[in-house]
Ligand binder design. Structure first.
Ligand code: UTP
Length: 293
């Protein structure tokens, strides 16, 4: 079985829910505590053993490329000023030369189209796909759990989580079949089912391991919901000829594509930092008292 070595990060969306913040700054560069959102997602991929990081970018996204580059002047200045700790923190996150690739989507025609744009960089091998909007926290990374399942199951693996059944119409939903190791066979998949028709409350949370045959399907995929080329539509077609497995992720997920999820992520990650915990708790107690009074 072919190992999952590459990960694709589609970062070409317009981020309209964050305007005006995203007029000139990509939403993936908004910070959760002191790191851009994209850094959390790249770290998750690295923890899962990914060796090559592929970014599908768009206009105004060049700063993402800069973020993963070395900044000689900054590094030299930090070294001269004896700021070794900060320097070390930057170096630990630095991809090695040749480990990142960037391509442009040119037009934001949908997630499926963004993934298709990575076809030449991925080539003929399975790959991970991580939606940078979603950042996660758990003992073992979500993608690591998926890779472990994939090493036994092969095929395609999609991470799912439970949602409030009343919210199922907002997501891609899967139907659960026989259990397979830590996961299960997916028997059906539907993007944003009409209210009351979802086959379960297991929603696709933004992490995938896909076989390269998805590219040929995306190549002639018609536009779907919202006039966009939808990845889920192409995965449903891939499921006709290949196995699809669900990995039931049980950690925390924050949807940083929406202001509510982004604020929650900032609070949650700040509370996990020992040096910030007390101050954040005090601020929250004071502010929630003030908002009641
Ligand atoms: P979203 O629909 O959540 O992102 O796409 P968006 O379009 O940027 O945000 P809003 O709805 O306008 O606020 C999910 C992921 O797919 C990427 C986005 O960057 C995001 O990471 N995407 C989406 C693309 O790369 N290209 C697209 O054409 C659409």
């Amino acid at each position: 079985m072919r190992k999952v070595r590459k990960a694709v990060f589609p970062v070409a969306g317009l981020g309209t829910r964050f305007l005006p913040a995203t007029k000139a700054i990509p939403k993936e560069m908004l910070t959760v505590v002191d790191r851009p959102v994209i850094q959390y997602v790249v770290d998750e991929a690295r923890e899962a053993g990914i060796e090559h990081f592929i970014f599908v970018t768009g206009r105004n996204k060049a700063v993402i490329e800069d973020h993963f580059d070395i900044q000689f002047e900054l590094y030299n200045t930090l070294a001269e000023r004896g700021k070794d700790e900060q320097l070390e923190r930057l170096r630990a996150l630095q991809p090695v030369p040749g480990q990142t690739s960037f391509t442009r989507q040119q037009e934001p025609l949908g997630l499926g189209h963004a993934v298709w744009c990575a076809r030449e960089l991925v080539g003929d091998e399975p790959f991970a796909l991580l939606l940078p909007d979603m950042i996660m926290h758990s003992q073992e990374s979500c993608l690591k759990g998926m890779v472990d399942l994939y090493d036994k199951s092969g095929g395609n693996v999609v991470a799912v989580q439970e949602c409030d059944p009343a919210e199922a119409h907002k997501y891609g939903i899967v139907a659960k079949g026989a259990e397979v190791g830590e996961g299960f066979e997916i028997t059906a998949m539907v993007e944003k089912p009409a209210k009351g028709t979802a086959p379960s409350n297991l929603y696709i949370n933004g992490r995938y391991i896909l076989q390269p045959e998805i590219f040929a399907i995306l190549e002639n995929q018609e536009r779907g919901a919202g006039g966009e080329i939808q990845l889920t539509d192409a995965m449903i077609r891939l499921g006709d000829s290949q196995k699809m497995f669900g990995f039931h992720y049980r950690g925390d997920t924050y949807d940083c594509g929406s202001p509510e999820g982004f604020v929650e992520a900032n609070l949650a990650f700040a509370l996990r930092r020992p040096e910030l915990r007390e101050v954040v708790e005090n601020v929250m107690a004071r502010l929630s008292g003030a908002s009641r009074g």
